[in-house]
Design a protein around this ligand. Sequence first.
Ligand code: RIB
Ligand code: NA
Length: 309
Amino acid sequence: AAFDVVVVGSCNMDLISYVPRLPKPGETIHGHKFSLGFGGKGANQCVMAARLGAATAMVAKVGDDVFGSNFVQNFKDNGVNVDHVQVTKEAATGVAPIAVNDDGQNSIIIVSGANLKLTAADVREHESVVTHAKVLICQLEIQPETSLEALRIAKQHGVTTILNPAPAQATLDPELYKVSDIFCPNETEAEILTGLPVTTVEEAEKAADVLLDKGCKKVIITLGEKGCLCKSSKSEKGIHVPARKVSPVDTTGAGDAFVGSLAYYMACHKDLRLEEAIQKACHISSISVCSPGTQTSFPYRKDLPQDLF
Ligand code: RIB
Ligand code: NA
């Protein structure tokens, strides 16, 4: 089978507490709402692409527990192929306790568990799903060498690759840049990777140049309410795509909505210019911040303005 979008990445059960403000160290505060949700950057991006209509497959590991089996069912409910989602007895399904404050800002703890049991050897064993993809997406919530192996295999077979280097890490294996057609950090990740401030579009341009120097083909830095910046070469000016003005309720997973949507457009609307694909992906991501939760806030194709397709 051939897939539009394949994700090799993480599954985390999100344990979300809604709080008036994020707690300080040593402090106990009351939250006013709790919810369980399917999350993990890999799963989120895959589900987003699937909800837009991409044929998707997930390569991942979950634990032999309730969260793991619920996860597999959730992928199925979203039309994601689960032939390459393995269940391990070696660790529990990944979890992410999350706090979201009244401004929609969050803080997240990730306990990776089974995600870290997904190895480069597993990827080689499931190689054909990667080589038959139109677009492969990876993140950094699994072992970096596992992501690297997937990206390498994809590149060798002419598959378009997107690396979302999240969560932030100060040093990356330099090869990760070279196997990325699109390198897509958010502003914080770009700051940590380059050592430069990324608070304005101009600063994002400078950081993008540093990242391009490391060997990725294109850089897209997401800038939250400022939209994002795309740069393909140091000699050309970057393209700034502004975001729509919205009142955020919960920004958790907004970056994943963007990356998953971008992959969908690249795989399923090949004639679209990258700038337009980015605009549409930004639009979808901005819808996701207007409702609570991660995947729970990701829209379905049928509920979106049809000029997005
Ligand atoms: O990007 C949002 C995701 O980060 C959440 O779903 C949580 O699981 C963490 O992985
Ligand atoms: Na949201």
